[in-house]
Design a protein around this ligand. Structure first.
Ligand code: PNS
Length: 193
């Protein structure tokens, strides 16, 4: 029987409840879903790739057909290498569409036959983005319900370290790299680094 493997590529800096919502939806239509974190040496992320991987792994332990991986270079090359047939991307609002369409068509040009599948996260996450989560957390706003508890905890730790640093206190050990399956079994809410 034909099994369809898909990748869900992204930066996930940090992963949000919107990402988790899409992972859950993707896990229900694909036989296998690989959440693929881009290792981008040109970006200055808040969380290291290792931290993001650990967070995503903890968030997805409840899905037996979901795994987490990292990749460098072209998304289509990675997808081909792991024999994935489709690329999953989320569209929150019409404003996402233009960029996502451009990427999907470029990916198809690079690798004919590689399909992009768009899914919409729940409406309650339509305004949610990693960038806004970072900004709100950095400015001391509440990010409750926007990210899983474990991500909230890691963001708080990061902000504490940044605050101590700004006040001339030693950052200590907490500082880490970066500036920063019957399908669903159970949600994981804690993560020990
Ligand atoms: O979460 P993001 O930042 O919106 O994800 C963007 C991502 C990682 C999917 C995109 O930048 C990407 O695919 N980068 C890998 C390099 C690549 O394949 N570029 C051509 C895309 S058309």
């Amino acid at each position: 029987m034909k099994r369809i493997k898909a990748i869900y590529p992204g930066s996930f800096d940090p992963p949000t409840n919107g990402h988790l919502d899409l992972i859950e939806r993707g896990s229900q239509i694909f036989d296998e879903l690989v959440v693929a974190i881009l290792r981008n040496p040109e970006k200055d992320p808040l969380f290291s790739v290792a931290d993001r991987r650990k967070m995503l792994e903890a968030m997805t332990t409840g899905f037996d057909n979901v795994s987490v991986d990292t990749f460098e270079g072209l998304t289509v090359d990675y997808a081909l290498r792991i024999e994935a047939k489709a690329i999953l991307r989320g569209i929150r609002a019409i404003s996402d569409y233009e960029y996502e369409l451009q990427m999907a068509l470029m990916n198809r040009k690079l690798q004919p036959g590689m399909e992009t599948v768009f899914m919409m996260p729940a409406e309650k996450y339509s305004y949610l983005s990693s960038r806004l989560v970072r900004e709100v957390a950095q400015l001391g706003g509440s990010i409750e319900c926007l990210v899983p508890e474990l991500v909230e905890q890691k963001l708080r730790e990061k902000m504490d370290v940044a605050h101590k640093f700004a006040n001339g206190e030693p950052a200590g050990k907490a500082h880490s790299e970066g500036k920063g399956k019957s399908r669903k079994k159970k949600a994981q809410s804690t993560w020990a680094p």
